[in-house]
Design a protein around this ligand. Structure first.
Ligand code: ADP
Ligand code: 5GP
Length: 206
């Protein structure tokens, strides 16, 4: 019997997801948060305007350039980057609070942000979501219907550079069908949660 489960020792895991625009990471993040108990999407800060249907505090914390720069000066970001002309960042406090409470945090950050977290030596699971082809990225961005023609071209040209970074991640998931891709993401999360070095709080005391 696992009698000595010590909740205080339980620490959440940081899952860092990156992908070119349109590869499906927002969709997969949402599916993971719905599927797993004690998993939350880390709500980033951004200077871009909310899109139709997006809620402040749920999809992003929408802030002015001034507020973002103040947060930056106070060293409040775990990572931050300029993506497609806007600033995006992850709050250090928000992540630390989740992990301390034993909640797994799923971060949706671009490759620059993921590199920053990795270079700080933060323990985490780095997952790259790749589209089956660049053409499918284009089709999915168009289908989502929130970006102008100009923005789509910018995103596709960044996609090529982002794909070149995929190989340093721990895992690559090709999002061909959502079922396949989510099965892989789910399997990775379950396997990672059962890594020997994370199981100490769950083992019976000697
Ligand atoms: P990202 O966050 O990576 O930019 P989204 O999750 O917003 O991408 O997905 C872009 C669009 O593609 C959405 O309309 C989504 O429903 C759709 N989509 C995601 N995965 C698939 C898939 N495997 N097959 C077809 N459409 C997909
Ligand atoms: P969008 O504006 O389309 O939601 O996101 C644009 C890009 O910004 C995506 O590649 C997304 O991963 C990235 N992004 C979102 N939040 C953050 C963040 O907190 N930090 C970094 N570095 N990138 C982010």
């Amino acid at each position: 019997m696992v009698s000595s489960m010590n909740i205080k020792d339980e620490h959440g895991i940081m899952f860092i997801l990156s992908a070119p625009s349109g590869a499906g990471k927002t969709t997969l993040c949402r599916m993971a948060v719905d599927h797993f108990d004690k998993m939350q999407h880390s709500v980033s800060y951004t200077t871009r305007e909310p899109r139709e249907g997006e809620n402040d505090g749920r999809d992003y914390n929408f802030v002015s350039q001034h507020t973002f720069k103040e947060m930056l000066d106070r060293g409040e970001f775990l990572e931050w980057a300029e993506v497609h002309g806007y600033l995006y960042g992850t709050s250090k406090d928000d992540i630390e609070r989740l992990l301390r409470e034993g909640v797994d945090a799923i971060l949706d950050v671009d490759v620059q942000g993921a590199r920053q977290i990795k270079s700080k030596g933060k323990e985490g699971v780095y997952i790259f979501i790749a589209p089956p082809s660049l053409n499918s990225c284009r089709e999915r961005i168009e289908k989502r219907g929130v970006n102008s023609k100009d923005e789509i071209e910018k995103r596709l040209s960044s996609a090529k550079k982002e794909l070149a970074e995929a190989l340093w991640y721990d895992y690559i998931i090709i999002n061909d069908t959502l079922d396949n891709a989510f099965n892989k993401l789910r399997s990775i999360i379950i396997a990672e949660k059962n890594r020997a070095f994370r199981m100490k709080p769950y083992l019976p005391e000697n």
